[in-house]
Design a binder for this molecule. Structure first.
Ligand SMILES: *Cc1c(COP(=O)(O)O)cnc(C)c1O
Length: 375
């Protein structure tokens, strides 16, 4: 059993992938070839955003979004500590300060109820200027954007959506990646829409921001190649990756449906198994992209036992994320300690992820849950 089965997917579209790659070999435009614009157009339409800009990774997508907003030293960016390292990393790399806000223990996403006091605390201290809220759509489930955008508007902050795991997710009739001022996703192979290498995309409706993003992607380019009007990066998406992604994009809507079915089946099996586990909750009006199917044990010890049972049955599992960002060595300079964000810490101790992909057979899911239940 695979944790994420990329081979089953490839079998369905192998010919299409080879045809698309052959086209790139024939035209030879490996950098910014026509596949980039085609993918950007199709994905903008899919998520319902005016603009989409391909870039080199999800990390670069986040960094380019913050660069476009001119975030730097003295700026506060509010984000969740229960996420992949890159979310906080890009903030700090630009010289801005990550200000962590604890999570909702049910959705694992940034808790909007804690945002106002976090913003007030920064304002009171007076050394940083609140600029951006960067919620993460963890495991593919969008954060609560109605509440977050309302607070952002009140305080004149921009919302940058970290939708690296959430392509295909939905929130109140809108698609993930289109839920803030800027949306950022990743095409890392294991993500819901993954290429065969690194890649990412930034989405927005704002013409000016899109123009700046496209300049930042190529070293702050101005009118032509040798005119540089700002500091940027080499952040382009490869034509080859766009060619692969165009083939995979055709499967995405069907795969999203299949993921919902796999998730529903897990929930039923877990409920019937009697295992002391909390299955994920998807609030009404939301759809998860199910990048991960993450369950929660009652304690760290109990999680260890579940992981042992899976291992003994030869079933792969993973822990996302064992160490919240505020306790990472790289962020020691922020001066946090254990206990500062108790819900993120507790999730880090108790959450683990089961095999999850659109091609997961019902029989395999039964094996997973039987192993969890110790049967
Ligand atoms: C994967 C991921 C990223 C980074 O994406 P890369 O393409 O690997 O650079 C950022 N944030 C979150 C939440 C992620 O899961």
């Amino acid at each position: 059993m695979q944790f994420i089965d990329l081979k089953a997917q490839q079998q369905l579209i192998r010919q299409k992938i080879e045809d698309n790659i052959k086209k790139v070999l024939d035209h030879g435009r490996y950098i910014m070839g026509p596949e980039i614009g085609e993918l950007e157009e199709k994905l903008a339409a899919y998520v319902g955003s005016k603009h989409a800009m391909g870039c080199a990774s999800g990390t670069d997508a986040l960094m380019l979004a913050l660069l476009a907003l001119e975030i730097g030293p003295g700026d506060a960016v509010f984000t969740s500590p229960f996420t992949f390292f890159a979310t906080g990393e890009v903030i700090a790399l630009l010289g801005a300060t990550p200000v962590f806000v604890d999570i909702d223990p049910v959705t694992f996403n940034l808790d909007p109820a804690l945002l106002a006091s976090a913003i007030a605390a920064v304002q009171e201290r007076g050394d940083l200027e609140p600029r951006v809220i960067m919620p993460v759509d963890l495991f593919g489930l969008p954060a609560d954007y109605d509440a977050i955008n309302r607070i952002a508007d009140e305080h004149n902050l921009a919302v940058v959506e970290d939708a690296a795991q959430a392509m295909g997710g939905e929130y109140q009739g809108k698609m993930a990646c289109a839920l803030g001022k800027l949306g950022c996703t990743s095409f890392f192979p294991a993500k819901p829409l993954g290429g065969y290498g690194d890649g990412g995309m930034v989405f927005c409706d704002d013409d000016d921001l899109d123009r700046v993003l496209r300049s930042l992607r190529v070293h702050g380019q101005g009118e032509d190649k040798y005119d540089n009007v700002r500091l940027g990066i080499n952040g382009r998406l490869d034509t080859m990756q766009a060619a692969v992604l165009l083939a995979k994009l055709e499967l995405l809507p069907g795969e999203m449906k299949a993921r919902q079915e796999v998730a529903a089946r897990y929930a039923e099996l877990i409920a019937a198994s009697g295992a002391a586990l909390t299955a994920p909750t998807v609030p009404s009006g939301y759809a998860s992209a199910w990048a991960q199917y993450s369950v929660m044990a009652e304690s760290q010890t109990a999680r260890g036992e579940f992981l042992e049972r899976l291992k003994a049955a030869g079933i792969p599992s993973a822990i996302y994320y064992p160490k919240p960002l505020h306790l990472q060595t790289a962020f020691a300079y922020l001066g946090h300690q254990a206990g500062d964000f108790p819900l993120s810490e507790s999730a880090g101790e108790r959450v683990f992820s089961l095999p999850m992909h659109p091609y997961l057979a019902a029989g395999d899911q039964e094996k997973v849950v039987a192993a969890l239940a110790g049967k």
